[in-house]
Design a protein around this ligand. Structure first.
Ligand code: FES
Length: 120
């Protein structure tokens, strides 16, 4: 998936551009009708919009709905693959993360499940 967009007047199939605007984490992002949410984000120079547990940035990886790297929340729907969902004017998109919160890592979990130590 390319972050570049062919201008409508240069498009060989003569497409018409219908503008749309989505809200991403409270910020308006403009796109054109027919783009996926991932396409709108890429065209707006956003290459990543999610963090995995390790903190590594994620955005589009496969671009065809196979890898789940591009997940976002659209309205009330969590875990929407943004490379598969066409953007609709007015969509409210919230980015997601799997990055561990402080106290949620494996070490913290191990500490919580450890048996309390007893006295001598
Ligand atoms: S980029 Fe792989 S599912 Fe969307």
């Amino acid at each position: 998936m390319s972050p570049r967009r062919v201008r409508a007047e240069a498009d060989a199939v003569g497409r018409q551009e219908g503008p749309l605007r989505i809200i991403v984490d409270g910020e308006p992002v403009d796109g054109i009708a027919g783009q996926t949410i991932a396409g709108v984000l890429l065209a707006a120079d956003r290459l990543s919009w999610r963090r995995q547990r390790s903190g590594a940035p994620r955005g589009v990886f496969c671009g065809i709905g196979v890898c789940f790297d591009c997940l976002v929340t659209v309205g009330e729907d969590r875990d929407v693959r943004s490379c598969r969902r066409r953007a609709r004017d007015g969509d409210v998109v919230t980015t997601q993360t799997r990055q561990a919160e402080p106290g949620q890592g494996r070490e913290a979990q191990a500490l919580r499940t450890r048996e309390p130590e007893t006295g001598p």
